[in-house]
Design a protein around this ligand. Structure first.
Ligand code: 3PG
Length: 213
């Protein structure tokens, strides 16, 4: 896979829904009902962070849910890439980017949303051919004004901002021309998962999926 192909695939992931849930699964038994609840609410691209011992098995389980496209987040190393692909992840997300990580993903054919937070980081990825990138940590790195400013000299890069985004500020990001979709954990909150309140999660997903671009 080339970086250009990776970016085209990342663009298609962003086209599935305006919000990509950033999911941390503590209990494997939550994986399938959670994925079903989010997909039912209209959120089809699901990012499972590799931050818990059950994350890879959660990807395996969620990948069986019809209508969902499951990816792996918090990819830091080539091993993470291989594990994610082996578990059935269809895309990868990373908080930043290293050459080793990017090369491993290209070799494995895993489309990436590689992270960048500054113009130089964005330019470095663009030079390699990645014109779809994750902007992380979105709020802490300057939020909407930062992305608006980057759209001046770097309009060819489309972003998925993530980090500190919620129902109150998501639409401000999504109306920017250089924002393709946004990521956030608010649609899969731990307290609702612990209670097994999947209907409430579907309601959060529905609200998120209908945020105007
Ligand atoms: C993360 O890496 O945890 C994501 O960026 C999600 O951030 P959020 O919890 O602020 O939505």
């Amino acid at each position: 896979m080339t970086p250009e192909e990776s970016s085209r695939a990342a663009e298609r992931i962003c086209d599935l829904a305006v919000i990509v849930p950033v999911i941390t699964v503590d209990e494997l038994s939550h994986a399938q009902p959670l994925a079903r609840a989010l997909v039912k609410g209209g959120l089809k691209a699901l990012e499972v962070t590799l931050r818990t011992p059950v994350a890879l098995d959660a990807i395996r389980e969620m990948a069986t849910v019809e209508g969902g496209v499951v990816g792996a987040g918090t990819l830091l190393t080539p091993k993470d890439v291989h594990d994610a692909v082996e578990a059935g992840a269809k895309f990868g997300v990373s908080p930043g980017a290293t050459d080793r990580l990017l090369d491993a993903a290209l070799e494995a054919g895993l489309p990436m949303l590689p992270g960048a937070a500054t113009p130089s980081e964005v330019m470095r990825l663009l030079e390699k051919g990645y014109r779809v990138q994750k902007f992380f940590p979105a709020e802490a790195a300057g939020g909407v004004p930062m992305l608006k400013s980057m759209g001046g000299p770097l309009p060819q890069v489309g972003f998925c901002p993530t980090g500190g985004i919620g129902p109150d500020n998501a639409s401000r990001y999504l109306t920017l021309p250089n924002v393709l979709c946004a990521g956030g954990s608010w649609v899969a909150p731990k307290h609702l998962m612990a209670k097994g309140d999947w209907a409430a999660i579907t309601a959060l997903a529905k609200a998120a999926a209908s945020i105007e671009r």
